[in-house]
Design a protein around this ligand. Sequence first.
Ligand code: NIG
Ligand code: FE
Length: 418
Amino acid sequence: MATLLIDNAAEVVTLAGPARARVGEELAEPAIVAGASVFVRDGLIEAIGTGSQISDRADAETVRIDAGGMTVAPGFVDAHTHPVFAGWRAAEYELRVMGATYEEIAAAGGGIRNSVRRTRAASDDDLAAIGLRNARVFLEHGTTTIEAKSGYGLSVDDECRLLSVIRRMGIETPLEVSPTLLGAHEIPDEYRDRPDAYVDLVVDEMIPRVAREGLAEGCDVFCESHVFSIDQARRVLVAARAHGLTPRFHADQLTRCGGAELAAEVGAASADHLEQLDDPGIDALVRGDVSAVLLPGSVYHLGLKRYAPARRLIDAGAKVVLATDFNPGSSPVPSMQMVLSLACTQMRMRPCEAFAAATINSAYALGRGDRVGSIEPGKQADLVLFDAPDHRNVPYVFGVNHALVVVKRGVIVADRRP
Ligand code: NIG
Ligand code: FE
């Protein structure tokens, strides 16, 4: 029997609590135990507490980690990523720095279509190497579970190819992966003048094949004025649900186009971005029990000023989640630690609220809240040891990687101890 003792941490941020997402004031109840140890057996958390009642469980075979002076928290659950793409887009970054907008670059054939051309041309091996490398980067920064979207193939075969690479990320590395079909990410070059015909392809061929082959858990669509309309998004999400894929989608990011209401209407698990959300939209999410996935990395990176209304969402009782939106265009950040910093500084979330939104709430948004997202007996031992004496240091001291040791299912998967 494999056992692990994480001994004498300055703080263990357990996030213990009810078996559902945290809302309202619960977000600020991280259930921290000071001076605590965590004992793990066969990949599961067995006990948390102070003093010898925990350390006495260890025997000669137990792997021991001295967590003195450190903060232990659940592994981050990143509920929105785009991790498989060929090539970065640094030239577009420079154009945006000089004043071009994301939409202007897209209209000129750049943006997502730039990545699609290069991704289609890449070999399976090249794409797998990229996906596996990104999986390691997530793990090294303390993320132990991700949702991962396709979306840079935009043909039936290429989207399935990307979903196969995403599956390999979860098989060939310790990272746990929830795959999402994002066939409706952009209108591909060959369908520019007939977007509805592309939506037909997604609805009639792509979604049925992905569902039949078991390649995805969820289905997403980029609903935005320069991409897919609300009516087109509805067609995609209704078809997804009919085929057993969980709807979740890019809503109300650059323009307020009714994404929150559509999310509630189709029973989406989450509506993501939401920078333009207003009070009726917040009501729709709360009434529809839709998680609000906030992605401040994209606001920061696009040089925009308007972040999602996190405080109003919390006050209204919404299930607030934080994620990176890791992608080569709008949010090239794999680090949830940086996202926590943005959430606190720019959206006025308290550090404890940001931790809850990035662990237990994201776990529930991905349908995994019963297994991951908190440090409680019986749960999977997905843990991060931060080189930080207090959980608040993680967002407060930004731009560095505080994750010193990362544990997935009870096994050390990243270790930067000297
Ligand atoms: O979440 N919104 C659509 N997708 C990404 C951008 C992807 C890209 O630019 O490559 C996003 O912002
Ligand atoms: Fe995204």
